[in-house]
Design a protein around this ligand. Structure first.
Ligand code: OAD
Length: 259
């Protein structure tokens, strides 16, 4: 394994020589856009709460306005920020190689940077639906200007139930199609292809298992993350840097010498 804070030539060469590149992204991908990661300390109103306690069906059943206030604030936060240089670099890479982007992120920053996202494994913040009858809710929800501790969820026009965010909560099934698309993309990998893992702590399954599946297909696994993670040990290369620093350099190196 190579581990470095610089972009080693071997990493650029692996990406340059790959036929297919599977990119797996997590919350760190959007950190430099200003979206806090899940395992960063929460700030303000939510500092006493672990997001894994807020992101559960139980939390919603106990107190919908409390959970909705957190998500409404995240929707507003994401709406007001921009994709970073890392998102843009991945969109540029798709012009150079066959790229499949799979993300655990519930924001739309990859899409706004110009990437096609093959799978949102944990759903999408803004795909709202009724918690009771599952009817899609297409209206724009009322969002607070500042974080608030409680906010009444929108009401479903079909049944009067509370409207919830379209994210996957702990204990819920992942969207079947997203899982199938991801597994197909992994199945299509061959020796010489690359699995690029950006900004995930690698602790939430099944997403945390995908790099090992890519490894088993013979792909070169590259991690981009400023700190060691649960998957670092199994990677061929680890670049200790941030998405917005490393990815433009990596894609620039491929563009300058497309091979
Ligand atoms: P985490 O918050 O667990 O981990 C974020 C990772 O990003 C950490 O390993 C950080 O070191 C890294 N990181 C931070 N800043 C970075 C940067 N600028 N560039 C690159 N990496 C950076 O986020 P996820 O692994 O995505 O699930 O979390 C997985 C799932 O757990 C989330 O999708 C969510 C959460 O609870 C659900 O809500 C179901």
């Amino acid at each position: 394994m190579t581990q470095t804070a610089d972009l080693p030539r071997a990493v650029a060469a692996a990406v340059r020589d790959a036929r297919r590149i599977l990119v797996l992204t997590g919350a760190g991908m959007s950190a430099e856009s200003g979206v806090p990661t899940f395992r960063d300390a929460q700030t303000g109103l939510w500092e006493a709460f672990d997001p894994s306690q807020l992101a559960t069906p139980q939390a919603w059943r106990d107190d919908p306005p409390f959970v909705w206030a957190w998500y409404a604030w995240r929707i507003k936060l994401v709406r007001d920020v921009e994709p970073n240089a890392g998102h843009r670099a991945l969109a540029d890479l798709a012009a150079l190689r066959e790229v499949t982007v799979v993300t655990q992120n519930v924001d739309d920053l990859h899409e706004r940077a110009g990437s096609e996202v093959a799978a949102h494994l944990h759903g999408a913040l803004t795909e709202l639906r009724c918690a009771d009858c599952h009817t899609q809710y297409d209206d724009a929800p009322a969002l607070p200007d500042e974080p608030v501790e409680r906010l009444a969820p929108e009401t479903c026009a079909a049944c009067g139930g509370d409207v919830r965010p379209g994210v996957v909560w702990f204990g819920e099934m992942l969207p079947e199609e997203a899982v199938r698309t991801t597994e197909d993309a992994i199945e299509a990998l061959a020796p010489g292809d690359v699995c690029l893992v950006v900004g995930t702590s690698g602790i939430v399954f099944p997403a945390a298992g995908y790099p090992a599946m890519a490894l088993a297909k013979g792909a070169t696994v590259i991690e981009v993350n400023p700190v060691e993670t649960d998957i670092s040990d199994m990677c061929h290369h680890v670049v200790r840097g941030t998405a917005a620093n490393v990815l433009p350099e990596l894609v620039g190196a491929v563009a300058d010498d497309p091979g």
